[in-house]
Design a protein around this ligand. Structure first.
Ligand code: ATP
Ligand code: PRP
Length: 302
């Protein structure tokens, strides 16, 4: 593909591999962004929009977007801060996946119990900047002088192995389920930050004419994200229990209520957060709701 083929197109950076890649492909499919990625090609044209997708390492996306080399991107909040690009990119939308925490971890059986114990020792991480900022604050608080301060060393991967190999007294790395940390005999003693995947655009766009297309894509992606967060809950309820039931299911704006053919009964239809639906159903049953049904959403605009 030559550079002319990209002329005037909105460039949209997507993580080329790793934890965020598959979720991004699901989002694009849900937003009806159609493309075929040829084997090993990292740039491809979108068939039904004036967009080209650029597949990049997640950690490179903040600087590509921040410098305006691409217009839009998806990556983790952690890598944006690590790349020190926070002021050059605008967070357009939280995407609800890639959720994890950057944590300080030490051997479970070892003598170090707190970050104060770890200060002044060796810390290995792929997040040199964030770990450096975190321990500078700890060192300053403990008034550690030059030569006594925490040593931050960078490794590109397999960070969890550093303590067992005798290379570190502690590490700073991402934790989601905690399986990797526990398997390495480590436990967390502090959280540096919580992170999730976000849609970002350049703070100073070089292509203002692309703004309307950015809005359309953002709205479509927001619809897919909301659809994955909510379910539709429908149930029947005796009229005299309605106010109790709608306190449990207030809906996003208000519940839709329609009469049933049977005297004294109403049908309620309402959106509920997926994460809360099991508790909500328990409550509705207690109140006297019947025929409770839950429907997944494919897509929505809310
Ligand atoms: N266990 C996890 N659970 C949820 N999100 C994660 C997890 N690990 C990483 N992430 C998110 O995904 C981003 C990319 O991490 P990942 O380990 O997939 O990178 P990678 O693709 O292997 O490396 P590179 O950034 O060099 O491409 C992280 O910065 C973080 O935002
Ligand atoms: O708490 P957990 O659910 O175990 O997830 C944490 C692990 O996930 C990430 O690595 P990933 O598996 O993406 O591979 P990587 O080390 O090659 O980046 C991260 O670096 C941790 O190692």
């Amino acid at each position: 593909m030559n550079a002319d083929a990209l002329d005037g197109r909105l460039l949209f950076a997507i993580p080329k591999k790793g934890r965020l890649h598959d979720k991004c492909l699901e989002l694009l499919a849900g937003a009806d962004v159609q493309f075929r990625r040829h084997h090993r090609l990292d740039v491809c044209l979108v068939k039904n929009h004036n967009i080209a997708l650029v597949f990049l390492p997640a950690s490179d996306i903040p600087s590509f977007v921040g410098k305006g080399n691409v217009d839009l991107g998806i990556t983790g909040q952690d890598v944006i801060l690590e790349a020190q690009m926070g002021q050059y990119v605008t967070e357009v939308l939280k995407l609800g996946f890639g959720k994890c925490a950057l944590q300080v971890q030490v051997p479970e059986a070892g003598p170090i119990k707190s970050v104060e114990d770890l200060a002044g020792k060796r810390v290995v991480t792929s997040f040199e900047v964030l770990a450096g900022q975190y321990f500078k604050e700890v060192d300053d608080r403990l008034n550690l002088q030059e030569g006594q301060q925490t040593r931050i060393e960078y490794v590109g991967g397999s960070v969890e192995a550093a303590c067992a190999l005798g290379l570190a007294d502690g590490i700073v790395d991402l934790v989601e389920s905690g399986d990797t940390m526990r398997a390495a005999g480590l436990h967390a003693i502090a959280t540096v930050l919580q992170t999730e995947a976000v849609l970002i655009k350049s703070s100073t766009t070089k292509h203002p004419a692309l703004e309307p297309l950015i809005k359309v894509i953002t709205s479509r992606i927001a619809g897919v994200v909301a659809a994955s967060r909510y379910v539709v809950c429908e149930y029947n309820i005796p009229r005299d229990k309605l106010s109790q039931a709608t306190t449990v299911t207030p809906g996003r704006r208000a519940p839709t209520i329609s009469p049933l053919e049977e005297e004294g009964w109403l049908a309620v239809s309402v959106m509920v957060e997926k994460a809360k639906i099991a508790d909500v159903m328990d409550e509705l049953v207690k109140i006297g709701a019947e025929d409770i049904m839950i429907f997944n959403l494919d897509n929505c605009r809310v």
